[in-house]
Design a protein around this ligand. Structure first.
Ligand SMILES: [Zn+2]
Length: 61
């Protein structure tokens, strides 16, 4: 019984860390348009959906 519980705990840990990693990666690599909320790659200068000018977030180069 304990083995099953520890295995389940291990699986949950992997899933949670995967979600965290994806979340962090999205924050690093993407910007969200303030106008329409579309996800755009950070190097884009205009939103791919509504063509609004993407303003870079302060504090990061
Ligand atoms: Zn947009």
């Amino acid at each position: 019984m304990y083995e099953i519980l520890s295995f389940l705990g291990f699986m949950v840990l992997i899933l949670v860390s995967g979600v965290f990693a994806t979340n962090i990666y999205c924050r690093i690599a993407y910007n969200w348009c303030s106008g329409c909320g579309a996800m755009n790659a950070k190097r884009r200068v205009q939103c791919r959906k509504c063509s609004a000018v993407m303003t870079p977030q302060a504090g990061k180069g």
